[in-house]
Design a protein around this ligand. Structure first.
Ligand code: KIV
Length: 266
């Protein structure tokens, strides 16, 4: 969508769906990535619990804690002056009842300065989304492949049960979600859900017919060191750029070419 000069709001996301303007969302986890994603004009910056994988090198998002999400969320919320900043609710706080979920989301909002939270769930978490929304906290749903449920789902695989997917997305939207992330579902099902629900859909591995797209920054810029999902297209080769820079600096130091005389005092 054509982002406004002021901070993007959830009303802008709703208007983008109405007007057919694609929404962009990318993850960020720290000061430089928050600044860069914001400066790129991306609509929403997601402080995803993917931080546990791409930054901390864990094998799933399950280890991410509330304290870690608040730590990273606070940095990114300060770094991004224009994008809507969304912070993930980490496992298992959306499964411990409405009160715990509202308390956790309120901590995220108060202690990070972000503008919205996101939680993974099925129709079973509709009451939790409704409770968070009723507390005045903008909340995004996340259905389809739910990485926090990777062990129950049998791996990071495409989700194809159209009835359940439709019910989960509808429940999130009807409960007051300001947007619903659709992860790893067939294009046709994503298209049907997008047409059926009032909230904007933001797809990842769900085809081009969603109201918007989200990607993990490290995948997008070629900085992911481990598994990269098949649907990802890297738009930069940051890994090679860093490796090249390091190799050239090391060679210069070993050849006593760095620092030069004029560079010693900074
Ligand atoms: O944690 C994350 O980065 C996410 C995106 C993959 C949508 O939830």
């Amino acid at each position: 969508m054509k982002s406004p000069a002021r901070r993007v709001t959830t009303l802008d996301l709703a208007a983008a769906k109405r007007d057919g303007r694609p929404i962009t969302m990318v993850t960020a986890y720290d000061w430089p990535t928050g600044r860069l994603v914001d400066a790129a004009g991306v609509d929403c910056v997601l402080v995803g619990d993917s931080v546990a994988m791409v930054v901390a090198g864990r094998s799933s998002t399950i280890p991410a804690t509330l304290e870690q999400m608040i730590y990273h969320g606070e940095i990114v919320a300060r770094a991004a002056s224009r994008a809507l900043v969304v912070v993930d609710l980490p496992f298992p706080l959306q499964h411990l009842g409405v009160r715990t979920a509202v308390e956790s989301c309120a901590r995220i909002l108060k202690e990070t300065g972000c503008q919205a939270v996101k939680l993974e769930g099925t129709a079973g978490q509709a009451d939790v989304i409704a409770g968070i929304a009723a507390a005045g906290i903008p909340v995004m749903g996340h259905v389809g492949l739910r990485p926090q449920a990777v062990h129950q789902l049998g791996g990071y695989r495409m989700q194809r049960d159209v009835e359940h997917l439709m019910a989960d997305a509808r429940a999130a939207a009807d409960a007051g979600a300001c947007a619903v992330v659709l992860e790893c579902i067939p294009r046709e099902i994503a298209r049907q859900i997008t047409a059926a629900i009032a909230a904007p859909t933001i797809g990842i591995g769900a085809g081009p017919d969603c109201d918007g797209q989200v990607l993990v920054l490290h995948d997008l810029v070629g900085l992911s060191l481990d598994h990269v999902p098949k649907f990802v297209r890297a738009y930069a080769d940051t890994k090679t750029a860093i490796a090249d820079g390091l190799a050239r600096w090391r060679a210069d130091v070993e050849a006593r070419l760095f620092p030069g005389q004029s560079e010693t005092l900074g």
